[in-house]
Design a protein around this ligand. Structure first.
Ligand SMILES: Nc1nc2c(c(=O)[nH]1)N[C@H]1C(S)=C(S)[C@@H](COP(=O)(O)OP(=O)(O)OC[C@H]3O[C@@H](n4cnc5c(=O)[nH]c(N)nc54)[C@H](O)[C@@H]3O)O[C@H]1N2
Ligand SMILES: Nc1nc2c(c(=O)[nH]1)N[C@H]1C(S)=C(S)[C@@H](COP(=O)(O)OP(=O)(O)OC[C@H]3O[C@@H](n4cnc5c(=O)[nH]c(N)nc54)[C@H](O)[C@@H]3O)O[C@H]1N2
Ligand code: SF4
Ligand SMILES: [Mo]
Length: 893
């Protein structure tokens, strides 16, 4: 066995940009851990990254190019998809000009070489690109107004802080290297105050939690500032000599009383007192602004008063102080390599309104869209408009890892490498270190880095000579500013380099504004913050999930339904109950969800997580509003007002399904998840592990019997079978639909009088199957779309019971799916298998770890496993789509 350890940097959309060590055994990535030598992130890596190995090797990952033919994905070669895209680019540019092409760069990976993507589109003649931000635009814009240029304290400087205010920031989930700093401050007796309307996980490590009304933080900051002034503890020198606009700001403060401000902020006066006391008596305080604060229309009315509070409290330009927010992830590079100087006037569209902007683009219209490292159909606001905009384009090209919502609307899929398969450099939006991105493993399957994709695409254009250069040449050119700071490419590849950047910005009291002074906000109109709407009483906060970064997840990892959290007495008012199905409705769309109530929650917000896929029923951005922030062209996702209603019960929503599971390794997968997603309430019993079976179908509307390693005929070893078969008959007799999968299918046959028997060989793997004539006419199978190859894993088969209709048949084993009685269906194949199940079964069976079937292992060669796995990118999603269609049709019975 060969083992290697590679120093690299996490490039995910995360302010931590951790230094990592990747451990590779025999060419396979086996471990990702924090690099202990990284000066800031030292040895830490989050749980999301340990999990990232699964993502690299996921059965859902697209590892070869795809193109859509007649609405269906088909495998293609790189030459085919590059030619296809090059030809279309050429014809669109020739017919309509380069601006008919939209290049959309997401936030998935922001490395040095990514500059070249846009350069390609500038060489093409200046395609349409995006302006503004889905992320930190509003806050950056606001801080630039105050400071001239936003510069944050080096995170290592926070070790000098006596106290900390985490203002709309949740480091436990989003920025773990701050956690050790928080702990250090607390150990020294300092306060750590989380200011957040929601109870984020960071509240658990804080000493205090202040819960303002969303978007009203400015009022809280003003109240605290007034208390500092009342105490005579303001930084007089700052106000008189280092700031401008103080008189105007003072007038704003004078126009409202502390109680008035606190009432606007939705907090008790004691909360403002806590902040003022912390700033005065635990000096210096570092204030860290999170991204939650940016996502409001008037975000500058929150952020500028917090900056001002910092000035008044005397923490600006002071070690251990500051109002810090973020860093420039593209800052350390020679930005000429974007190529924008080639077409300074090229058209840009406003990202907070991306759907509408594409739909409304004229002269020329957007005919072609190229998306890299982003999932705008899921992550940008007002998804309905974006879906329409993407459908309107003649060709959508998607470069990424998974068949997410944006990929779903594409015509061409370019499978991208992850950072573990790339050679690049990475700066951070959370600190001052640039780190190496060293390839740990060979690209999985046929994946390519975006760098290589665009290099090869460019070879099809006359500007290839300007564009095609080796990685090192490009890095040497793009990173010239780094070399000027005293490093070189060779040293960069060995470990992180600290940029020339202050530990403490503005330490000399000079700000990069025209006057050299801090600029106080000079106008404030609290009236614009009044946004009550009785029809939509709650502000929807769609915050960063703990377990995932944005939409980086697989389809299989989604819960059946999203969860929304509401204050307990509000829930009572709306007639919705804990754990119940609700509809969340905004002026833009609606979403089914499960309700969780929380006594401690503010009564004017509804909280859920962002990032779940639309196609998994988690599309929160179908609800959100698409407007730009007043300052900074940011996206005020949280200016979305919603109401919560009980989900109207119908034949499906609120109906009850009994699920009989026979093994931990055989869960209900896509099938039962789809039932739950449609609103069914599932009760799962495991009789083989001692759970009692109900005597009658009473109390249940449907029955699902799952697979397992038991033999269907073996009542001796599995004494619950006779009772279960009786139950299956009783459900059917009562007109209640039954579905049996694999073992459950065989039991259904037996329940209706047929025999089961062991076949001469095991049937294993995804197998081509076909509908019979009866299948084509069947309401469940006939309407589910073409039958894709489906997973088989069984040694037993069965005779068709009398009166059964065979619906699906296969070559090695004929009886694959039948209907019997009033509404009972047997599925021999594992239509329910999702990517997690596929990975587990292939790995375990290949290793010989599944005892029941170990004797069959030698019948399958290594090539068989490799070939199947190489086809997972199409097999797994097609099987999933088919299963969901079958489940939905079965629910119509
Ligand atoms: N685990 C995980 N980590 C991530 C990400 C992820 O999705 N998951 N995403 C990455 C990205 S893209 C980003 S931009 C960062 C974001 O990092 P953070 O800013 O730390 O996280 P958010 O959840 O966006 O926002 C932080 C908090 O702001 C609160 N908030 C919302 N509105 C207001 C308000 O008006 N006032 C106050 N005081 N608080 C408010 C929310 O309730 C939330 O708990 O994290 C990055 N890291
Ligand atoms: N409702 C709501 N919506 C939000 C937010 C919110 O708070 N609420 N937050 C917003 C924020 S802060 C952000 S930053 C945006 C994020 O918006 P997006 O960037 O559009 O969304 P991500 O889910 O981060 O998608 C990044 C994708 O890039 C892929 N990827 C990673 N590396 C590479 C690579 O090298 N090449 C290619 N081709 N692909 C790669 C990942 O697998 C992932 O699929 O979402 C915003 N959307
Ligand atoms: S904390 Fe962020 S940067 Fe660090 S390993 Fe996790 S995702 Fe990557
Ligand atoms: Mo973000």
């Amino acid at each position: 066995m060969s083992q290697r350890k590679i120093v690299t940097t996490c490039t995910r959309d995360c302010p931590n940009s951790c230094g990592l060590i990747a451990t590779v055994e025999d060419g396979r990535l086996v471990k990702l851990s924090g690099d202990p030598d990284h000066p800031l992130t030292g040895g830490v890596a989050c749980h999301k990254t340990a999990k990232y190995i699964k993502r690299v090797y996921s059965a859902e990952r697209i590892t070869h190019p795809l193109r859509k033919v007649d609405g269906q994905w088909q495998r293609a070669t790189w030459d085919e998809v590059l030619d296809l895209v090059a030809d279309k680019l050429k014809s669109v540019v020739a017919e309509s000009g380069p601006e008919a092409v939209l290049y959309y760069q997401g936030y998935g990976e922001r490395t040095a070489l990514k500059l070249l993507n846009k350069y390609f589109f500038n060489l093409l003649g200046g395609a349409t690109t995006m302006r503004g931000s889905l992320c930190g635009g509003a806050g950056q814009g606001a801080q630039n107004l105050d400071f001239g240029e936003r510069v944050s304290h080096d995170p290592l400087d926070h070790f000098n802080s006596e106290s900390m205010i985490l203002w709309a920031r949740n480091p436990v989930s989003t920025n773990i290297s701050l956690v050790k700093i928080v702990k250090d401050i607390k150990k020294r007796g300092g306060r750590v105050v989380v200011v957040d309307p929601a109870r984020s996980l960071s509240v658990n490590i804080a000493t205090h939690h202040v819960r303002p009304k969303p978007g009203r933080d400015g009022c809280l900051a003003m109240a605290a500032a007034k208390l500092i002034l009342e105490a005579g503890a303001e930084d007089r020198d700052f106000l008189e000599n280092r700031a401008e606009g103080w008189a105007e700001y003072k007038a704003i403060l004078d126009s409202l009383s502390v109680p008035e401000l606190c009432s606007l902020a939705g907090v008790p006066v004691t909360d403002a007192e806590l902040l003022a006391d912390t700033l005065m008596n635990q000096f210096p305080t570092s204030i860290l602004l999170g991204w939650g604060l940016h996502r409001h229309e008037y975000a500058h009315y929150a952020i500028r008063p917090i900056d001002a509070l910092g000035g008044i409290a005397g923490i600006l330009g002071v070690p251990g102080g500051g109002v810090s927010q973020g860093f420039e992830e593209y800052g350390p590079y020679d930005q000429a390599y974007w190529g924008d100087h080639l077409h300074p006037d090229h058209r840009t569209l406003l990202i907070p309104k991306v759907g509408e902007e594409i739909l409304n683009a004229r002269a020329p219209e957007i005919r072609m869209i190229v998306v890299t490292a982003g999932n705008p159909v899921c992550m940008a606001p007002n998804a309905d408009k974006i879906v329409r905009a993407f459908k309107k384009a003649e060709m959508v090209v998607y470069s990424g890892h998974f068949l997410d919502d944006t990929a779903e609307l594409a015509d061409v899929f370019w499978p991208a490498t992850t950072f573990l398969e790339e050679d690049d450099l990475m700066a951070s939006y959370g600190h001052n270190f640039v780190g190496p991105v060293n390839p740990a493993i060979e690209p999985v399957g046929e994946t390519k880095s975006e760098f290589r994709m665009f290099q090869e695409l460019a070879s099809r254009f006359p500007f290839a000579v300007q564009y095609q250069r080796p990685v090192d040449d490009w890095l040497k050119a793009i990173c010239t500013p780094l070399w000027q700071q005293g490093t070189d490419l060779e040293s960069m590849r060995k470990g992180p380099f600290r940029l020339e950047a202050p530990m403490v910005p503005y330490v000399d009291g000079v700000f990069p504004t025209e006057s050299g002074r801090f600029r106080f906000m000079t106008e404030f109109d609290p009236a614009v913050l009044q946004d009550e709407d009785p029809e939509y009483p709650y502000k929807l906060l769609t915050i960063a999930p703990h377990g995932y970064i944005c939409s980086e997840r697989t389809l299989a990892e989604h819960d059946a339904l999203p969860e929304v959290v509401l204050n307990t007495s509000e829930a009572r008012k709306r007639g919705v109950a804990d754990g119940g199905h609700v509809v969340v409705r905004s002026p833009h769309g609606r979403l089914m969800a499960l309700l969780k109530v929380d006594e401690a929650m503010r009564s004017d917000v509804l909280i859920t997580e962002r990032g779940g896929w639309n196609k998994a029923g988690h599309g929160v951005n179908f609800l959100t509003r698409d407007i730009p922030s007043v300052v900074g062209q940011g996206t005020p996702f949280y200016e979305t007002r919603v109401t919560v209603e009980p989900c109207p019960k119908d034949r499906v929503v609120g109906s009850t399904v009994l699920v009989v599971q026979h093994s931990d390794e055989s869960p209900g997968g896509n099938f039962t998840k789809e039932l739950a997603r449609q609103g069914c309430i599932l009760t799962t019993v495991m009789p083989a592990q001692g759970d009692p079976l109900p005597d009658t179908p009473g109390g249940f509307d449907r029955l699902v019997v799952l697979g397992g390693p038991q033999h269907a005929s073996d009542d001796g070893k599995t004494p619950h079978f006779p009772a279960l078969m009786r139950l299956m008959r009783d459900f059917d007799a009562a007109g209640k639909p039954v579905a049996g999968i694999c073992l459950g299918c065989q039991l259904l046959a037996r329940a209706h009088g047929a025999e089961t028997w062991t076949m001469p060989a095991l049937e294993f793997g995804y197998v081509p199957l076909s509908l019979t004539e009866a299948g084509r006419a069947d309401p469940v199978l006939g309407q589910a779309g073409p039958v894709p190859p489906l997973m088989e894993f069984h040694e037993d088969s069965f005779d068709l019971p009398e009166g059964a209709e065979l619906l699906v048949t296969g070559a090695a084993c004929a009886n694959q799916c039948f209907r019997i009685g009033k509404a009972s269906y047997g599925f021999q194949f594992h239509l329910e298998l999702d990517s997690i199940g596929a990975e587990a079964w292939f790995d375990e069976f290949e290793r010989g770890d599944i005892d029941t079937y170990a004797k069959y292992r030698t019948q399958f060669s290594g090539e068989f496993f490799a070939e199947m796995r190489s086809r997972f990118p199409l097999l797994v999603p097609q099987s999933g789509d088919f299963c969901r269609n079958v489940a939905r049709n079965w629910l119509k019975l």
